[in-house]
Design a protein around this ligand. Structure first.
Ligand code: HEC
Length: 189
């Protein structure tokens, strides 16, 4: 480096004829210096690429872990659900409306239904609430309405009816949940 500064100073002096040789040396040293700079930068770059690769790997590993955990949690929830009833031909009108009217309609009907979810008619129930559909026709184990009623949502604010609600509305019984389940499994008609 000192030689570089020295030759830079020499190259900068006025008399070009005397300093042709130092100027050549200066040029060579500049090229050598630039080459070394490039190599250093390249080394740094590849190192940071390795780091970002390891970040990528960690991200993928975390995603897989959480993905597996989510699948395990879903399977766990499904295994804790009361079994679906075996009753054939279950319909909203004949079997389900009375249950939802007793246990849900106080908060999920009228002008200002909680979570914008109305459960007072088949059409409204199928429409869902502020977070989307709560009934997945054909798959009761994945339907938010069932997970809420069975207290199997991770978020306890979604346990329905809310425990200790002022109106004193009791949770659905396992038999009632089983009936709502088979209704959804049969296509929510
Ligand atoms: C005492 C009032 C009350 C009763 C009774 C009640 N809920 Fe709720 N429900 C709420 C409130 C409040 C929320 C919003 C909770 C939140 O977002 O934190 C809600 C939200 C929901 C949601 C989520 C909807 C969405 O789109 O986010 C579902 C599903 C639900 N209730 C189902 C039911 C069912 C099924 C019943 C009857 C078995 C029921 N609720 C009874 C008050 C009630």
């Amino acid at each position: 480096m000192r030689r570089l500064i020295l030759s830079a100073r020499l190259a900068g002096t006025a008399d070009a004829t005397i300093h042709t040789v130092p100027r050549a040396i200066f040029l060579l040293e500049t090229i050598w210096f630039l080459r070394r700079l490039t190599l250093t930068l390249f080394a740094k770059l590849t190192k940071s690429m390795k780091i970002s690769n390891s970040i990528k790997f960690t991200t993928v590993a975390l995603a897989v872990t959480f993905g597996l955990a989510a699948v395990a949690a879903a399977e766990d929830a499904a295994s804790k659900l009361p079994p679906a009833s075996t009753k054939p031909g279950v319909t909203y009108a004949a079997d389900i409306k009375s249950i939802l009217d007793t246990s849900c309609a106080k908060c999920h009907s009228g002008d200002k239904p909680k979570a914008r979810l109305k459960l007072d008619t088949l059409e409204n129930a199928l429409k869902g609430g502020k977070d989307g559909k709560v009934i997945i026709a054909g798959d009761s184990a994945k339907s938010p309405l069932i997970l809420s009623a069975a207290h199997l949502t991770g978020d306890k604010d979604l346990w329905m009816p809310p425990p200790h609600n002022k109106a004193g509305i009791k949770p659905l019984t396992p038999d009632q949940i089983g009936l709502v389940r088979v209704w959804i499994d049969q296509g929510a008609k």
